[in-house]
Design a protein around this ligand. Structure first.
Ligand SMILES: *Cc1c(COP(=O)(O)O)cnc(C)c1O
Length: 495
């Protein structure tokens, strides 16, 4: 029993936490203690493949999974990646590296966790004698949905329903989802923004009548959103792997620290970096990069979290988020695991849309985190600069992370070794990337024409996952109001 809940009460095993997604009291599961990455394992890790490294890191965190079992899962999960080393580093300059996390089937970093999650979940069901069908419910701002659909598509004993905000995702993201095959997948467009969609899905999980109805049909509900522990843990592995790679290449001396810049929305990816730091990866500072939805920038700089603000659609749509659901896990650490305190902050957030951690906690937070944001123009400038200066093409999300590194440099006059986390392929957001470079496409918004332009420029092929969208039939057309998500779900699964 080694996972506890941020809001107190429940203590569970890793497999139980993965199976249920969220705790019954609405809290999130976190490790009871952070395991330590033994220093004498580093040489061995250097000689391992990515699936082996990931299985090792997972075995430290997941108490009731064995290394061999995990290795089978990681080997299968990462076998469809188009980079041999799964999460490779691209060396930009003396002390700048990019950690590329977009080599999976959906071209965004969500694959790192979502190719693995169904496997972790099926073993979790077995370990707990759970024979009911697992219905996955997911809200998406664009990338999670497709990654979840690909992960769970035709996995026996599971179903996967994705809700996305209508008009709130890019054309390619929408096509990726609505053309998904598989006999167990459902995609529903919600007339609302991402926060409406996410709040709606959370409500479905705590709706007792719905849960009972699903149980009668022999189903349990679970989540593939980043609140699920099974999403978080695979993400810790790539920070360990990047550290090992930097040591191996000699870029990093033993014990030398480095900064990490993470383009952030739900605070899942950057939280994984924080966990890696707590486990002994020598990360100095975590740079939290946001777009114009800069609620986290303000929070880290002032201690006040205020979701009561205008919502902006940006060219980095997977970060268009005002309620960062994984922040709760960090808040739990910030207040030294005081679940009464976390409950108070969360109650305030749901009642008033805001909370304030006060000056002492606010200062403590800035010992580890720095935060910056940029708007769409700044994002475009960062894409152009990355190409001009380093001949590296990044997607708009990654560009927000790169811009934050630049701002941090201007503020501190220091550029320590820094890892910028690349969360999506530029081909996935081709119109905006091409626009940033002033490339003329036949029609500025035609994703396919723009992808071709990027391919010419970079001498890289357009990924087949993009090309195939031209011809795949649209299979999912269901829509609903934000108040009608329960009905829509029942309609979808009972079809
Ligand atoms: C999901 C996503 C993010 C934000 O990650 P979080 O874990 O939610 O902070 C950033 N970039 C891309 C491309 C994404 O898909």
């Amino acid at each position: 029993m080694s996972f506890i809940c941020t809001r107190g009460g429940t203590v569970v095993t890793a497999s139980q936490a993965i199976l249920s997604g969220i705790a019954p009291n609405g809290g999130l599961y976190v490790p009871a203690v952070f395991p330590v990455l033994p220093r004498d394992m580093l040489p061995a890790l250097a000689g391992m493949s990515y699936p082996q490294r990931a299985a090792y890191v997972l075995s430290l965190l997941l108490d009731d999974y064995a290394y061999d079992e995990l290795l089978q899962d990681t080997q299968a999960a990462y076998s469809h990646f188009d980079a041999h080393d799964v999460a490779p580093l691209a060396h930009l300059s003396n002390n700048l590296d990019i950690l590329e996390l977009f080599h999976g089937p959906t071209l965004a970093f969500k694959d790192m966790a979502l190719q693995l999650l169904p496997r972790l979940m099926l073993s979790a069901a077995k370990k707990n004698g759970e024979t009911r069908r697992i219905e996955i419910l997911t809200a998406t701002s664009g990338d999670t949905g497709k990654a979840a659909l690909e992960g769970f598509r035709d996995v026996p004993g599971t179903g996967c329903t994705v809700f996305y905000p209508q008009g709130g995702v890019s054309r390619v993201q929408e096509l990726q989802m609505t053309t998904t095959g598989g006999g167990n997948t459902h995609v529903i467009a919600v007339r609302g923004n991402f926060d409406d969609t996410q709040t709606g899905v959370k409500r479905l999980f705590t709706d007792r009548a719905l849960v009972a109805r699903m149980n009668e049909r022999g189903c349990i509900l679970s989540s593939a959103n980043s609140i699920n522990l099974g999403r978080l843990v695979p993400q810790v592995a790539y920070y360990v792997s990047a550290y090992v790679d930097m040591l191996k290449s000699g870029e990093l001396r033993p014990r030398e620290k480095f900064n990490v810049s993470v383009p952030t929305g739900n605070f899942g990816n950057i939280l994984a970096a924080y966990y890696a730091k707590r486990m002994g990866v020598p990360i100095a500072r975590l740079i939290c990069a946001s777009n114009r939805n800069n609620v986290l920038t303000e929070f880290i700089n002032t201690g006040r979290y205020n979701a009561g603000r205008a919502f902006h659609k940006t060219i980095s749509p997977s970060m268009d988020i005002l309620i960062s659901s994984n922040l709760e896990r960090y808040l739990f650490e910030l207040c030294d695991r005081d679940s009464v305190q976390v409950n108070e902050w969360m109650r305030s957030l749901s009642a008033t849309g805001a909370f304030d951690v006060g000056q002492a906690y606010s200062e403590k937070m800035r010992e580890t985190f720095s935060a910056y944001f940029t708007d769409d123009n700044g994002t475009r400038d960062a894409i152009a600069l990355g190409w001009q200066r380093h001949h590296y093409l990044c997607d708009p999300h990654t560009a927000v992370g790169a811009d934050a590194v630049l701002q941090h440099y201007h503020k501190t006059n220091e550029l320590p070794r820094t890892l910028i986390v690349a969360t999506a392929s530029p081909f996935k957001f081709a119109p905006d990337v091409a626009g940033a470079l002033n490339l003329s496409c036949a029609d500025g918004q035609d994703a396919f024409a723009c992808a071709d332009k990027l391919a010419q420029l970079t001498c890289l092929p357009v990924p087949p996952q993009i090309t195939s969208l031209k011809t795949l039939p649209v299979r999912h057309t269901q829509t609903c109001e934000k108040e009608g998500m329960e009905q829509a779900l029942m309609q979808a699964v009972e079809k």
